[in-house]
Structure formats: C-alpha cells, structure tokens
Design a protein around this ligand. Sequence first.
Ligand code: 89V
Length: 340
Amino acid sequence: MEPSRFAILGTGFWAGFQLAAWRELPAARCTALYNRTRGKARDLAARFEVPNVYADAAELLRREPLDFVDIISSPDTHRRFVELAAAHRVPVICQKPLAENLADAEAMLAACRGAGVPLLVHENWRWQRPLRALRQVLESGAIGRAFRARVDFICSFPVFDNQPALRELPQFILADLGSHLLDIPRFLFGEALNVYCRTHSVNPSIRGEDVATVVLAMAGGPTVTVNLSYASRTELERFPETRVFIEGTAGSVELAPDHWIRVTDAAGTTAQRHPPPTYAWADPRYALVHASIVDCNADLLRALRGGGGAETTGEDNLRTLQLVFAAYESARGGKVVALA
Ligand code: 89V
C-alpha cells in the first residue's frame, strides 16, 4: 500500500513537532503545508523537505491530491478548515481543542458526516506511555473496583513563552489543558454523570482562568477530582507529567513523578517505571507529550488506512468537550451540571 498523502494546515509551534512525529511513520507522507504567512510554511517545508507550500488553504485543497488533512491551526480556525476539507471530501484530523464551543464542534461533525469523511481528533494525552500502563493496571484487576481517583496537573511552567496566544484566551486552562486532562477520567473509567467545578485566575498577565478544580461523578461509580494549575509553585516541578492516584476495593495505584507506577495491595507495594520513548527531535522539556504524538498519529493513521476505529474520533472527543463546557457552566453558576 502506498503511503497516505497529507497536508498540514497551520505551521505554528506544535506543527514542527507534529511533522517530525509523522516522519516516524513511513505509511504517511506530508506533501503540502499551508500557513496564512507563507514564509512560515516555507521555513517548515524546507526543514522537512515538504514539496508544496500555500498561503491559501482553499487553493491547497483544490490542487493537492490528498488522503487526509492534519489541522494544527489555532482553535478559532478549526471549524472553517474542517468544513473546507469536508467540502472537498477529504478526511480530517483536527488538533485539540476541537472547537471553542459545542455548537461549532457539532457543526464540524455534521459537515464530515454529511460529506462521508471521517473526523478524527489529535488528542494525544491518553497516548502517554505511563497513562497507558496505568490503565493496564486497572484492567488487570490488581486494585479491585476503583471508587475514587485524583488526577493532578499542577505546575508553574511558563507555557506562554512558547505559545503566547494562550495568554489571550478568555477561557484558558479548562479549554486548552482541560481538553487533555478531562479526557483521562473517560479513558480510565468511562463516561461521567455530572460535573462540579471552581476556577481561579491567579496570573494577572493572562486573560483566562489558570487554576481549575473539577469533580466528576463517573457513571461506573468512581468519584474523580481533576486539579489543574499553571500558577502553582511546588517543590517538585514536573511539567508536563500528570499525577494520578486511584483507590480501589483491593488496593491503590499511583502514577508518581518520573513515570513510576506504584501498586499497593495487602501484600505491599510494587513499583515499575514506564518512561516515554525518546526521539531526537523532541524538545526535552516536552518529551513525554512529544512522544505521545507518535502513538496518537499511529492510531489515527491506522484508522484512516482501513485498520479499524480510532480511539479519538470526533464523536468520542465531543464527550470530552462536553465535560469542558459543563465545567465552565458549573464554575459560572456554582452548581453541579448534569451531562446529557
Ligand atoms: O499539549 C498541549 O496542549 C500543550 C501543553 C501541554 C503545553 O499545554 O499546549
């Protein structure tokens, strides 16, 4: 089977890593890049030997024979580009967060459904190796039936240095990081029944909230608290690691710093380290996240090449987005919000 030809729309900070990650997969070949600033697309194309460069996305879609597009532009442009790709009947991968509101996300799903093309979401957090290993522990039954969990992403990493646009988002940590972190309770335990959330705006130099506490009642039983912060100084700064602690009827499991998984039951504690694979192109400060891009892309590509369903389809990711926006609604109203 020939490699799948694809174009990338949007060549900002993440696109370079995403393109490097695609090059780990010989079954995919990037043939065109679009950016509204042609020079930016040209620079990235030169680094990765991509033959064609466009400053007009519609022209790219008209001219290029493509098996899919990978949309890595800012969230406010996602709907426009997804609808453009759907109009050309080209399958779509769209970066998280899929949309800035649920109405846009639903319209994007409808456009792709109407065109008969898949809409997949590049939601990579659940593809981090330590989180995959954590789910295996749960599935093994080692801690029995889980009844409570804590998912923490608490740091003071200066994320705005590399991604200055994040400073301007009126809705920040739940929309940007919450779309990753609220996917994790779903990945581990299934769907949620309701959400309670409180937020804080600590850093005065950004527009949106930078601290959120979300409590989820999961349909399968567990109560999950998700703690998010880009404004907390801690002794152990471990960006971008997620810490997880799960209590079950037969024991507990912890995803601890430096990718250690510690399982405790009546017999004692066992520990095993699950580091991410290393890639020369990855930024060491983001290595855990950058490595997960490869595994996420591999899952999406397998699905696009007829190898079965992807984990993070548009329909699936809509459920995560529903959690994000239910959390905002709860924070605004001070109430528990039920999920449809
Ligand atoms: O993966 C991401 O969404 C990144 C970061 C982890 C830095 O928030 O923007």
